[in-house]
Design a protein around this ligand. Structure first.
Ligand code: PMP
Length: 444
């Protein structure tokens, strides 16, 4: 019996070691990490350069409280990060994870409003479905019913608009009218809420676990930016999953000209080596808060030197190994192969993604886009079939968390063609089995 309670039932194999894109359990079974953990291990496991940097830092210091000391390594990482941001975003606040980063971004936005005489602004508009974290503030902007529901009485509910899902609504994602149609829902929401009450809009530039690697339609991001500017609303990009090269650029939002006021990052920044997150904001925004007395916020582990050493070494690996370029090339190949899988297996109704944030969605019927019956639990069954064959992929319910099934295929950014072959062979075999099992269930 385990004393841990991460899972309702079922024990998992015990992890022994991990190298590159592979992981081994204590029985010696090998797994290809096709989801980089939870889209975290962007540079692969046990990278020797990162471990060396961490060892060096460990020998110097592993903790210095931010109100007592500055550390060289946190300054270096902040400088490196701001170099990689759009112009003007050059103030960094370190945290230890994605939910902490989102909380920090929300509170920074609010304190900016208070310090600039706009205290009436507090509402943060977000989207359904979306995922921004599991702490109560981050959960309030998350649009994913099974996660929100138990906690509704404990949270300040925040306004939501639909995430743009052109494929479900029968719209052409390449047509800018489609992007404008969805973005204009933001303006309508601002007007019904009262423009003076709205503080910010938070968005995953490319949907992560919530929508399953869904890229916004053409014109969406630019129109969102315009609307935020028109109403004096801050645009927060949640790059927790899309950041650190995952989509082929350092930031997922880098695929568009629309630029954020605040970026929140985590996952691929610490890349599984250390818990690390960052909030990067525009200088004037931060200065107004500091001038008004300082940011009333901070976590004990903020700017932990060991985490910063890991983050700095991780970014170095992304640059030195040219991992953004590899992600673009391998991502295009993986997406093409997933389309081939869809041609072969009629249960797959959609394939999508950018870089190595890719996904496919199961459907009962491609024409009507009807999801598979929920009780079939197709996404979990596919994950289990692949896992048994030594491939780890990640899955979720795709439509506000209550129905639909998508599988995220997000291997480390270091993958090569042989790894893609291995992933696809395993997924094809798993699909053959899943299709047989599901057809048998549907007949029964
Ligand atoms: N935002 C997004 C977009 C995420 O994908 C996640 C994690 N899946 C989070 C926030 C929360 O991050 P964490 O689990 O590190 O708290």
């Amino acid at each position: 019996m385990s004393n841990l309670f991460y899972q309702a039932h079922g024990r998992k194999p015990v992890l022994d070691q991990a190298r590159g894109v592979y992981m081994w359990d204590q029985e010696g079974k090998r797994y290809l990490d096709g989801s980089s953990g939870a889209m975290v291990c962007n540079i692969g496991h046990s990278n020797e350069n990162v471990l060396t940097s961490m060892r060096r830092q460990m020998e110097k210091s592993t903790f210095g409280y931010r109100l007592h000391f500055e550390t060289e390594v946190s300054e270096q990482l902040a400088a490196k990060l701001t170099d990689l941001m759009p112009d003007g975003l050059n103030k960094v606040f370190f945290v230890s994870g994605g939910s902490e980063a989102v909380e920090t971004g929300l509170k920074l936005a609010r304190q900016h409003a208070v310090s600039t005489g706009q205290s009436s602004r507090w509402k943060v508009i977000s989207r359904t479905p979306s995922y921004h974290g599991c702490s109560l503030g981050a959960l309030a902007v998350t649009g994913y019913r099974p996660l929100n529901e138990p906690f509704v009485p404990m949270m300040q509910e925040m306004p939501k608009i639909p995430a743009p899902r052109a494929y479900l609504d029968g719209l052409d994602a390449e047509d800018p009218d489609t992007g404008h149609f969805y973005a204009d829902m933001l303006e309508t929401k601002i007007q019904t809420e009262g423009p003076d009450s709205v503080l910010a809009f938070i968005v995953e530039p490319i949907g992560g676990a919530s929508t399953g690697a869904l890229v916004p339609p053409r014109g969406y991001m630019e129109r969102i930016r315009e609307i935020c500017d028109r109403y004096g609303i801050l645009l927060i990009m949640d790059e927790v999953m899309t950041g650190a090269g995952r989509t082929g650029k350092f930031l997922g939002s880098g695929h568009w000209t629309a630029q954020p006021d605040i970026v929140v990052m985590s996952k691929g920044l610490g890349a599984g080596y250390m818990p690390l997150g960052a909030v990067i904001a525009k200088q004037q925004l931060v200065e107004s808060v500091l001038d008004a007395g300082g940011f009333a916020h901070g976590f004990t582990y903020a700017g932990n030197p060991l985490a910063c050493a890991a983050g700095l070494a991780v970014i170095n690996e992304i640059e030195v190994q040219g991992l953004c370029d590899n992600t673009t090339v391998m991502g295009d190949r993986l997406l093409a192969r997933l389309s081939g899988l869809m041609q072969k297996h009629e249960l797959i109704g959609d394939v999508r993604g950018k870089g190595l944030l890719t996904a496919f969605e199961f459907m009962a019927d491609r024409e009507s886009k009807a999801p598979l019956p929920t009780h079939l639990n197709a996404h979990q069954r596919f994950v289990d079939l692949a896992y048994a064959r030594g491939l780890i992929v990640y899955s979720r319910r795709t439509r506000d968390g209550t129905e639909g099934d998508h599988i995220l295929v997000c291997p480390p950014l270091i993958i090569n063609d042989q790894h893609i072959d291995e992933i696809m062979d395993c997924m094809d075999a798993s699909m053959v089995q899943l299709s047989q099992d599901i057809h048998a269930d549907l007949k029964a």
